[in-house]
Design a binder for this molecule. Sequence first.
Ligand code: 13P
Ligand code: SF4
Length: 318
Amino acid sequence: MPSRHPELDPGLDLFAEIDALRRRLNAVILAHYYQEPDIQDVADHVGDSLALAQRAAETEADVIVFAGVHFMAETAKILNPHKQVLLPDLEAGCSLADGCPPDEFAAFLARHPGHKVVSYINCSAATKAMSDVICTSGNALKIVASFPADQPLIFAPDRFLGGWVAKQLGRDLVLWPGSCEVHEVFSEKRLVELKVAHPEAVVAAHPECPEGVLQHADHVGSTASILAYARETPSRQIIVVTEPGILHQMRKENPDKELIPAPGADESCNCNECPYMKLNTLEKLYLCMRDRTPEIVVDPPTAAKALVPINRMLELSR
Ligand code: 13P
Ligand code: SF4
């Protein structure tokens, strides 16, 4: 249990306080599956990036509290320019978004004339603004397949997700060389050792993992699709190759199955925990609602440009 914030009365019932603030502010709390269990439990909706963007697009709440990372809250703000969007910790970034600086991305696009641009939602508003359509891991195949086969495409910023999409669809994609620092460290060698130790287990993996890892998976998909697979598979043992925050919902939904988190390359680290997602805590969630800060701000012209490819994704995902 993390120690209490120095400002906070240790006797405070954070669940009750957050609930009261939710009603007072007419707020909706959206949480990603990688958030800590308490945050998932207090949220109105828990989901993958696509479901959370869809919730943000349709909410009637006045305030959106986004328990996730910056690009997710930023997407919610772009969809709701007149609403307040709060993020418990503004430092909650993402290696994919940080690894695609807008000026370098603009130069990359200039080197590939005639290409349409599909960008994974894990990128900044400025990168989205330079894209034709946004995708998530939940709809990347469908979004890329919506372009004619002879249309040259750039896929950014995740080279592993892009490589997996290219392989599934049998089409060439020009890939921006980014990666998720959490998923790229899953080790093929250690996954194979785990499979040998659990020969009955099935493997469910996130497409942000390297190809060597994905080739051993029985199911590859977004966090929501991994959860659906875990519910539906008749197998009693599931090796889970994604951020371990997902295990909270998976355990609730599958009390009688054995869930086996795949290890990273180095046993001594917690490197499969997303350090950005884990910056948010229940206390920071409470404080951001109490103080109505930190608030997400997006420069309006960039937001207006970024809204076009986000809306295109939402249309194509209906
Ligand atoms: P999804 O929940 O959309 O699968 O995304 C995973 C992720 O890494 C979010 O940053
Ligand atoms: Fe970004 Fe990876 Fe963390 Fe998702 S898990 S927020 S892709 S660093």
